[in-house]
Design a protein around this ligand. Sequence first.
Ligand code: ADP
Ligand code: ADP
Length: 225
Amino acid sequence: KVALECRHISLSYGATPVLRDVNLKIEPGEFFALLGPSGSGKSTLLRLIAGFNRHQAGELLVDSQDISTVPPHARNIGMVFQNYALWPHMTVWDNVAFGLVERRESRDAIRRKVGEALELVGLSQYAQRRPAQLSGGQQQRVALARTVVIEPKLLLLDEPLSNLDKQLRVQMREELKNLQRKLGLTTIFVTHDQEEAMTTADRMAVLDGGVLQQVGSAAGLYDYP
Ligand code: ADP
Ligand code: ADP
């Protein structure tokens, strides 16, 4: 379990400021929700933490170490996207195994870890299917398994439930919460759905126009539109 801290982080695309002096501290094992309207900079902040965007000012600290110059693959941060981003030509098993194969883990370790990850998300029987043969919820479970199998220090969830229908979203947010608790992973969950944030997160904040507006407990943010 690691702590994450953003100190005075600013980022512009060209002359357009997108994140303005963002200060945020997330505790080890905390489930933190980041709310905000479309275009407010939520994805940009997540991508910055993952190492795909570079900030022009400020510090990004994991357990008090500045990781600003650490390349994405060396950060060991897991990210799950709205569109799942699975490899369509690969089986579920191979999708989940991919990161471990890249790391050249042993065949035994890969078999064990992939088996465990699929069991964790309830997809053991689907190992030989391809993503197109699964429902949206199942595809998102594969994406989760593929991310947690590498044992990331931090879990970043970028609107992972937005492509699912309402009923499934409610079910999946429970699953997400349970998975996060079980693994004890420090997690940032980006969503534009306040109810989703309230029902999953320990704390949350609102990003608006690149400015982090409020940070507090779920109950303290009831006035968010
Ligand atoms: P959110 O995730 O809250 O919807 P984003 O972080 O995707 O917001 O985008 C924040 C702002 O930055 C938007 O105005 C968007 O148009 C702009 N933006 C995002 N990515 C880029 C990019 N690669 N180049 C230029 N502008 C971008
Ligand atoms: P390789 O021969 O490529 O080293 P394995 O012998 O571990 O890989 O597995 C071959 C294939 O069998 C894997 O790609 C996977 O699709 C499938 N497989 C292996 N173990 C399991 C399992 N416990 N459950 C479901 N499928 C499995």
